[in-house]
Write a protein that binds this ligand. Structure first.
Ligand SMILES: [Zn+2]
Length: 230
């Protein structure tokens, strides 16, 4: 599950979640474990529970769920089966490195001659793979592949590392290269409680609060959660 409810009852995406905070399933209300690995980030129920919560949540993503378990079969049929009814995948003559045929949609993206293209697709539908072949098909062009955080960069590096014409960067590191470097003395590692007190016009007796503000800023700004945990 990519989302959970925080202690205030608000829906939080896994990528906006923080360590050491309590998160609950939006469907059943059970406590969730926060898994923030290099390859996958997700909330999960404890072993053996919550198998159907994810499906229920997807169905009622935009509303509150008051479903009974007995409703689930009907919903599966009414929503899921109908949603994918009549969808068939046409394969093209475009082959992947492993010899699999890519789809017609992927081929039309890879062979596009437009200046700008926008690809909108569901999670897990091979967007990254398609981008890989798009870049591979244009060895004389240079590509910049931007990701949100360093966990995603590690994942993207495994794919795009095979190509010489693609540079994978986090948005942060790109901004740092051109803008942040000029302000490096003001970035969080060198920005302590004393600076916070001065800049916010706080009283010197509020040092404890300033330290907490500093920690919060660091958690917010560091995209590498693995680093924080250690
Ligand atoms: Zn649940």
């Amino acid at each position: 599950m990519k989302v959970a409810r925080n202690i205030n009852g608000l829906i939080v995406n896994i990528t906006n979640s923080v360590p050491n905070m309590e998160y609950k399933c939006p469907v059943c209300g059970d406590s969730l474990t926060r898994n923030f690995g290099v390859l996958k980030q997700y909330f999960s129920h404890f072993k053996g529970t919550g198998e159907e919560c994810e499906l229920k949540y997807k169905i009622f993503e935009n509303g509150e769920s008051n479903l009974k378990d007995s409703d689930l079969d009907i919903l599966k049929r009414e929503y899921y089966d109908k949603k994918f009814e009549g969808i068939s995948t046409e394969l093209s003559d475009y082959k992947s490195d492993e010899g699999f045929f890519l789809t017609e949609q992927q081929k039309s993206i890879i062979n596009s001659t437009e200046d700008k293209i926008v690809v909108s697709a569901l999670a897990g539908s091979s967007k990254t793979t398609t981008m890989y072949y798009y870049c591979k098909a244009r060895p004389c062009k240079e590509f910049l592949y931007l990701v949100y955080n360093s966990s995603m960069k590690k994942e993207a590096d495994m794919t795009f590392g095979k190509l010489r014409n693609v540079e994978v960067r986090t948005i942060h590191s790109l901004a740092y290269k051109y803008v942040g470097a000029f302000y490096k003395d003001k970035l969080t590692f060198n920005y302590g409680a004393i600076d916070i007190i001065k800049d916010l016009g706080m009283r010197w007796t509020d040092q404890e609060i300033a330290i907490k503000v500093g920690l919060m800023m660091k958690e917010y700004m560091l995209s590498n959660v693995m680093f924080l945990a250690s």
